[in-house]
Design a protein around this ligand. Structure first.
Ligand SMILES: Cc1ncc(COP(=O)(O)O)c(C=O)c1O
Length: 372
């Protein structure tokens, strides 16, 4: 279908080509190239952090963060039921126990009022995951963490350029992580970043990223690491994208406002909150949640929209219903009604930065036809 509108397309119209050409002409294509350091420093600076460690993707960034914090067997980590599986993988692999909280039905973020009741003597960390464009209300989380002596991992994969009470997302965790997958506000194709102010955690993450080679006895290893190195070419893209971040955030906010204006009178459909008292939405994606009275769920709505040439994606499948985790004995009998409902009834419409106003109008018209 030639006029199919994809759910996402990146915009690569800044210095991307120029910097990539520099990689090719100089021969610096591996992780040793100069764009890596520059991208790490400029990105870390942008989120008010001392250290940036570029890695292969946002999942790898979380893996390394969990390992660097020393989380292991017997530990518990509190995280939202409504998130991507990336958040839970290393927690489970290292032998720790994931402990879930449900979401706030308005912001779609973890319900921070549920966290303290989930703390036990074994709790080691809280993983805060900012979802879809609005940050988690993070002050109460930091308060619980401080009170119980817990570490905070902040997954800011979707939050480039977002702030909480005026301070950058990614500046709140003991360790915070980002993704640069092409559906993010800025992309490196595949890629991720760990940021922290802690020198020792940063050194650990750099080592874990690079197979834990030792400076003086390179091929003798004291610890199991990974190869999570980003290439100079990816960092070249990232740098060019970072130069455009403010423009991209402004455009995404404008796009969110336009969709809201066009869809606000659609009955029985919940739209993203434009703002809370701590942040304005940056609309990483523009989600819709259909009320049950409409008689159709997200799957059926997406199917009908696809017939009209509109690409959509479902919301996250809740962690406590993941077949692989249930098989491993986690979450038996646990219920998180908000996360369950969001998966059943929620999906997002084309939200990519390259979308034109005319395409967005077509999307909104198709949504009206299907859900009006
Ligand atoms: C909240 C969140 N965390 C982690 C990730 C994983 O990032 P990546 O796809 O780069 O591995 C994503 C990806 O979309 C995400 O949305």
């Amino acid at each position: 279908m030639s006029d199919f509108i994809p759910v996402n397309e990146p915009l690569l119209d800044g210095n991307e080509k120029k910097y990539l050409l520099e990689c090719i002409e100089s021969g610096w294509i591996s992780s040793e190239g100069p764009f890596i350091r520059e991208f790490e420093q400029k990105f870390a600076w942008r989120v008010n952090r001392k250290h940036g460690i570029a890695v292969t993707n946002g999942t790898a960034a979380i893996d390394a963060a969990v390992e660097a914090l020393g989380i292991g067997p017997g530990d518990e980590v509190i995280l939202p039921a409504f998130t991507i599986i990336s958040c839970i993988l290393q927690v489970v692999r290292c032998g720790a126990k994931p402990v879930l909280v449900d979401s706030n039905p308005l912001t779609w973020n973890m319900d921070v009022t549920q966290i303290e009741a989930r703390v036990t003597p074994r709790t080691k960390a809280i993983m805060v995951v900012h979802i879809f464009g609005l940050p988690v209300d993070i002050d109460p989380v930091l308060e619980v963490a401080r009170h119980h002596g817990l570490k905070v991992i902040e997954d800011a994969a979707e939050m480039h350029g977002q702030t909480y009470k005026g301070r950058p997302c990614g500046s709140f965790g003991d360790i915070s992580t980002f993704s640069f997958y092409p559906n993010k506000h800025i992309t490196t194709g595949e890629g991720g970043m760990i940021v922290t102010n802690d020198d020792s955690l940063a050194e650990d993450c750099r080592s874990l990223r690079n197979l834990c080679f030792q400076p003086h006895k390179r091929f003798a290893h004291n610890r199991l690491g990974w190869n999570l190195r980003m290439t100079n070419m990816q960092a070249a893209l990232g740098l060019a994208q970072l130069e455009r971040l403010d423009v991209f955030v402004a455009r995404k906010r404008r796009m969110g406002a336009m969709y809201t204006e066009w869809l606000k009178d659609l009955p029985g459909v919940q739209l993203p909150l434009p703002r809370t008292n701590y942040a304005d939405n940056i609309y990483w994606v523009y989600g819709l949640v259909i009320t049950e009275t409409k008689g159709l769920d997200a799957e059926e709505a997406m199917r009908r929209l696809a017939e009209k040439g509109i690409g959509c994606r479902p919301f996250f499948y809740p962690m406590h219903q993941q077949p692989v985790l249930l098989r491993m004995g986690f979450f038996e009998g646990e219920i998180y009604p908000v996360a369950e409902r969001m998966y059943q009834q929620g999906f997002y419409i084309p939200s990519g930065i390259a979308l034109t106003d005319e395409q967005m109008q077509r999307v909104a018209a198709a949504v009206y036809e299907v859900l009006g």
